[in-house]
Design a protein around this ligand. Structure first.
Ligand SMILES: Cc1cc2nc3c(=O)[nH]c(=O)nc-3n(C[C@H](O)[C@H](O)[C@H](O)COP(=O)(O)O)c2cc1C
Length: 295
């Protein structure tokens, strides 16, 4: 499988743009013809994207065009969104914690994932995987598994003897958990016992972003992919919410990872609920003051 761009020197106009744009200097001229340097290409496809002559292509088993099932768009990059529209759109995305009981099609969720992978990634590793849980029953089943994880954890930390004994095998992690989360989790568990889904907020679907630890920045890459999902969902009239509690629990529970079929060596990078919002936000978010320095 060729992992470098294929160059059709008959079409090439020798404009040199591909050489200039390549972040790895993987394209060069030998004997008056363009050629690629084996092993240097990171498959960013910048060379392909700047070549108006269409002289550059990739093995379709290696790189493919991103296609959507439910979204029609013209295949020409344009940047004609006004800053005002962009700011309005991005700022009107909010975390949605109340969903309508409307199921989502697999196609829409698949499109969200296809858009996720257009996010940037360190050294273009794209070392991400996605698990889509579509259906209220399945989401609730996952919530129940996470609930049982916390029930067992709270039994351990509630008892001062086991709480302090845990230092021997878990360091001070459980003491910190007891101090910072025990009460709120206990409250959540009481509500869950009444049938409320405080974890996934009643969403009809959940998307997990996970991946191996190879690559230069797998953790950041997963966040950017997840945020892409949040943005496209917003454009589709859907709501999302990052669920940190679920991410941390699935990360720690071998049983839940096995249940979801997530490889043991994968890290859970993000967990997002998706669904039609049952709330409308008529005003933008307020934000805290923040420090900024121009050095
Ligand atoms: C990494 C991360 C984890 C989060 N975890 C949760 C969570 O477990 N449950 C929840 O309801 N919201 C969660 N949120 C949503 C935040 O509370 C929310 O983004 C923040 O309050 C700002 O609100 P906004 O997204 O509507 O602007 C999380 C957000 C992020 C970025």
């Amino acid at each position: 499988m060729a992992e470098a761009p294929k160059i059709d020197n008959n079409l090439c106009t020798m404009c040199g743009l591909c050489i200039e744009i390549c972040p790895r200097d993987a394209i060069t001229v030998v004997d008056g013809e363009l050629t690629t340097l084996e092993g240097e290409c990171i498959l960013c496809s910048h060379c392909y994207a700047v070549c108006d002559a269409g002289a550059i292509s990739f093995d379709p088993d290696v790189l493919r065009a991103v296609k959507f099932r439910t979204i029609r768009f013209d295949d020409i990059p344009r940047r004609n969104v006004t800053p005002a529209d962009f700011v309005n759109f991005s700022m009107s995305r909010r975390s949605v914690r109340k969903y309508r009981e409307i199921p989502l099609s697999d196609n829409v969720l698949a499109d969200l994932v296809d858009f996720a992978v257009t996010a940037p990634s360190g050294s273009n590793c794209q070392n991400w995987c996605f698990t889509v849980i579509n259906g209220r029953d399945k989401v609730f089943e996952l919530a129940n598994k996470i609930r049982r994880f916390f029930e067992r954890l709270n039994v351990i930390v509630r008892n001062p003897v086991t709480r302090y004994l845990s230092i021997l095998f878990a360091g001070k992690k459980l003491l910190k958990y007891y101090k910072n989360h025990y009460n709120s989790v206990e409250m959540g568990l009481n509500e869950a016992a009444k049938g409320r889904d405080l974890l996934f907020h009643g969403a009809p679907a959940v998307i997990l972003v996970h991946g191996g630890t190879s690559g230069s920045t797998p953790f950041e890459d997963g966040q950017y992919a997840a945020y892409n999902i949040a943005l496209l969902a917003h454009a589709l009239g859907l709501g999302t919410c990052f669920i940190g509690y679920a991410k941390e629990t699935i990360k720690r529970s071998k049983g839940i990872r096995a249940y979801l079929g997530i490889p043991a060596h994968h890290r859970i990078l993000a967990v997002l609920t998706v669904g039609f919002p049952a709330v409308e936000f008529g005003r933008f978010a307020l934000r805290k003051e923040y420090p900024v320095r121009f050095f």
